[in-house]
Design a protein around this ligand. Structure first.
Ligand SMILES: Cc1ncc(COP(=O)(O)O)c(C=O)c1O
Length: 353
């Protein structure tokens, strides 16, 4: 049996795959494959409508929020956010590789500053803001740093609009959605498959969109056109819907959070109690979604990778600029798989050398 701990595209639950597979052959007994469903039909309208409602239900969104199902991944939103919302200048928290990418892209559209950074401790912690942000248009954070394994466990609450790239911890816990002007995420980790993204955006904030940018890049236009600006990634959006149905059936985000805490606790405990392994992030800021660690003796890296692979554990290579190992614990990862990994870590730790 394979235990895939990849960071994304990531594993979804088997029942989700079963439904997706069936939809490819015959979508809801229409005689059509989901791949040939035309987007301007009641069939696709129903998919979008249910997906929107489920997102609102899972996150308990009120009427102040719009939900968009858009093509492309999070990187596109690095562009759109800056393009739509930088008027004077934007503030970015630098907590890892992805926050830096978002910041660098923002500079292509306007002025932006890094207002807090944990670069000087190699992103082992979540930076804290110590300056007044009132001159900025928005504050951008990466809620979970997929590359280094840190996560915001509480969010900055200032007076300016807060925007979060939640690509790697979306739908992993309940949040107060009113704390955010905009949340966006690529779908391929915790929502569905690659090729689509989810955006939750505040209606008041939307009114701040630049009007001089092309229609296709304006979030407003995506709202006005109910997420259909051109042929959408129908299968990817349907995958999000099926996965959200699964999350709801499992007990919603409270349940996902309980599970995430249990899985992460087990793995961090095993690593902290081992002789050979060490966790990358400092304790207070450790991610419940991506556990990054390395061997104290780097010469043992390949040997553990091989040992793990023999036990069916795959896709645990660390992010390319960080190295070591990374285990992603998204919603569909079973506790039993984490237990198996912990047993393998403990067994490797006890091999006489
Ligand atoms: C936190 C975060 N943001 C953005 C991205 C980039 O996402 P995409 O490939 O969907 O553009 C990733 C990819 O892993 C990520 O982890």
């Amino acid at each position: 049996m394979l235990h895939n701990f990849g960071s994304g595209p990531a594993k979804l639950h088997k029942s989700v795959y079963d439904q997706l597979a069936q939809s490819l052959i015959d979508y809801e007994q229409t005689g059509l494959s989901i791949l040939e469903v035309y987007h301007r039909t009641t069939l696709f309208e129903a998919i979008l409508e249910e997906a929107t409602q489920l997102c609102k239900e899972l996150y308990q969104l009120d009427a102040s929020k719009e939900v968009l199902f858009m093509p492309n991944g999070a990187t596109w939103h690095f562009n759109l956010i800056a393009q739509n919302f930088i008027h004077t200048k934007a503030a970015y928290i630098h907590s890892g590789n992805w926050s830096k990418k978002a910041y660098d892209i923002a500079l292509e559209y306007g002025k932006a500053d890094i207002v807090a950074s944990s670069e000087n401790n190699h992103f082992k912690s979540i930076p804290v803001i110590e300056q007044d942000l009132s001159a900025y248009d928005y504050l951008h954070i990466t809620s979970n740093n997929t590359d280094v394994g840190t996560q915001f466990h509480s969010y900055p609450n200032g007076s300016i609009p807060l925007i979060a790239d939640m690509s790697s911890d979306i739908f992993s816990k309940p949040i107060d959605s009113n704390a955010f002007a905009c949340i966006y995420a690529g779908a391929q980790k915790n929502i569905g498959i690659a090729g689509a993204s989810l955006v939750i955006i505040d209606k008041d904030f939307l009114s701040k969109t630049h009007k001089h940018i092309p229609n296709y890049y304006q979030y407003n236009q995506w709202v006005n056109n109910k997420s259909i600006m051109n042929t959408p990634p129908i299968f990817a959006i349907y995958a999000m819907l099926v996965n959200m149905r699964w999350m709801k059936a499992m007990g919603g985000l409270e349940h996902m959070h309980i599970q995430a805490k249990e899985k992460a606790k087990l793995l961090y405990h095993t690593l902290d109690n081992s002789h050979l392994f060490e966790v990358y992030a400092r304790k207070e800021d450790r991610s419940l979604m991506n556990v990054c660690f390395s061997m104290k003796e780097t010469s043992l890296h390949n040997s553990f990778m091989h040992f793990a692979k023999e036990a069916g554990i795959i896709q645990i290579e660390g992010y390319r600029t960080v190295g070591g190992f990374r285990v992603s614990l998204y919603n569909a990862i079973e506790l039993a798989s984490v237990q198996h990994l912990c047993d393998v870590i403990a067994a490797f730790d006890h091999i006489p050398r």
